[in-house]
Design a protein around this ligand. Structure first.
Ligand SMILES: [Zn+2]
Ligand SMILES: [Zn+2]
Length: 343
């Protein structure tokens, strides 16, 4: 079968490998669609020793059950499914609470991360990672598992602050950001302010439910302040899906006292905090969180939102043979919404 593999640091190659076999408790899935995630670029860019090599990438997966490994019940061949990508240890305090995204034992373990992923014709996953998707299109279901789940989890963490009439700033209207806008529009009555450098991304934000759009340039903070009012007020929640120095600067400059800064994007920027400094760069009572992916229960809720037609991923599909080109486009910022590979 074909598989897009990390074969050396920085090297993504479409190669031919044997179809894997489902072991006890596992399922062989015929891959229907796989989302291309920015995290894959971080994996590609990681120095030697960072991730297992060779590994098939792809952690946003949906497809059909092909074969059941020994002992698997509750699934039948041909059944459509989405894959919850995280594989925690299953035994630590966090895993026992269903918070495998903050497992205390396995750092970022999962399908397409610590074991072979879905950028291939077939993938083997533990049956416990599969969720039913009914008649949802696989090209829709795949992005839900990360591009949908990650913002949903971040929004869930701040839901008590997202009261009717409050303001939420969403920075970075890419694969995750455009889903965040829709989840906010579908599940809250907050004012949604979308921020991005690209006109196309801002148009996508408007189409998907943002009330205001702001271009991420040197006037962005003033523009957002015009909408959210002066300090010590401001945005009740900021979701930063980029995480570079300029977006972190916008985030801390527009957050309200007591607000919630949710730093989702892994852009490598630095957030400066100086408690007690003469000019406090981060307002008092602000909480900062670095949410990661989400839980299985939350993924079920995200799938339910999509099945109701309340959220829909904007996807650009590519055949698996164009996998290298798709990731190059993602790197160059030429993907609007989510790139989805279709084996
Ligand atoms: Zn991802
Ligand atoms: Zn654990």
């Amino acid at each position: 079968m074909r598989a897009a593999r990390l074969t050396a640091p920085g090297m993504l190659e479409l190669v031919d490998i044997p179809v894997p076999t489902a072991g006890p408790g596992e399922v062989l899935l015929a891959v229907g669609a796989v989302g291309a995630c920015h995290s894959d670029l971080h994996i590609l860019d990681a120095p030697a020793g960072g991730f297992p090599i060779p590994t098939t990438l792809g952690h946003e997966i949906a497809g059909r059950v092909e074969k059941l490994g020994p002992g698997v019940t509750g699934w039948a061949p041909g059944e459509p499914a989405a894959v919850y990508g995280i594989i925690g240890c299953g035994h630590c305090r966090a895993c026992l609470r269903g918070l495998e995204n903050q497992c205390r034992t396995v750092p970022v373990g999962g399908v397409g991360l610590s074991r072979d992923g879905g950028l291939a014709d077939y993938v083997v996953v533990p049956a416990s990672r599969l969720l039913k998707i009914g008649d949802l299109e696989v090209t829709q279901a795949a992005p839900l598992t990360d591009a949908g789940l990650t913002p949903y989890h971040a929004i869930e963490l701040t839901r008590p602050a997202l009261r009717p009439g409050t303001c939420c700033v969403v920075i970075g209207i890419g694969g995750l950001g455009h889903m965040a806008v829709q989840i906010l529009a579908a599940t809250t009555a907050v004012t949604i302010i979308a921020v991005d450098t690209s006109d196309e991304a801002l148009a996508l934000a408007t189409r998907t439910g943002a009330h205001h759009t702001v271009r991420a340039d040197q006037n962005a903070v003033d523009e957002i302040r015009r909408l959210v009012g002066p300090r010590p007020g401001g945005a009740d929640v900021v979701l930063d899906f980029v995480g570079v120095d300029p977006t972190l600067e916008i985030s801390r400059s527009v957050i309200s006292a007591g607000g919630h800064l949710m730093l989702v994007g892994l852009g490598g920027g630095t957030l400066t905090m100086q408690p007690g400094a003469g000019v406090v760069p981060v307002p008092l009572e602000v909480s900062v969180r670095i949410p990661f992916w989400g839980t299985r229960a939350e993924l079920k809720e995200v799938i339910a939102l999509a099945q109701r037609g309340l959220i829909q991923a904007e996807v650009q599909t590519f055949p698996l043979t164009d996998v290298v080109e798709a990731y190059d486009k993602l790197r160059r910022g030429e993907i609007h919404g989510r790139a989805v590979l279709v084996p």
